[in-house]
Structures are given as C-alpha cells and as structure tokens.
Design a protein around this ligand. Structure first.
Ligand SMILES: [Zn+2]
Length: 89
C-alpha cells in the first residue's frame, strides 16, 4: 500500500493516529483497523510521524471537529492548528 493509499484509508475510515506510552505510532485504542492497514502504518510510520509533527491535515485526528482550525500555510500546505498544538506540547 502506498502512502497516498494509506492516507485515503485513514481519511475514509476516520482512523485516529496517536502515540503509545512507549512512543510508538499507533491507532486510537478500541478502533478497529484491518491488518493490511496496520502493516501499512508500520511501513510508513516514518513519513506519518513527520506529517504529524508538522500538523498535516492528512493525519488530522478528527476531520469533523478540527476542520474549522485547518489553516493554509503556503506551498500547498494545510495545517491543523489543534493537532499541531497537541503534538508540540
Ligand atoms: Zn486535527
């Protein structure tokens, strides 16, 4: 699965990415995620962590609630101000 395909799945299935206590990229507890997507999350975890670090809207934790806080930062970059602040803390 390519990164683009994975991001489309994340969006379609409303998958919430977060970090476990040990600092590993994971999905929100209790969320059902197919095995193929879990494998793709592992193989693309480096790119995903970079996207999370810059608050990229493609990995926004809550597309419905956060959409109003998405801001354009130039060069086709959209950032979620809520996720950005959350992960910068
Ligand atoms: Zn967000």
């Amino acid at each position: 699965m390519t990164l683009e395909e994975l991001l489309a799945q994340i969006r379609a299935r409303r998958i919430c990415l977060t970090y476990s206590r040990s600092g590993q990229l994971t999905t929100w507890p209790g969320q059902r995620v197919p095995r193929a997507i879990r494998a793709a999350l592992r193989s693309h975890s480096h790119e995903l962590q970079q996207m999370i670090a810059r608050g990229d809207i493609a990995v926004c934790e809550n597309f419905d609630l956060h959409r109003q806080y998405w801001t354009f930062r130039g060069q086709q970059r959209y950032v979620c101000a809520v996720c950005e602040r959350w992960y910068a803390a």
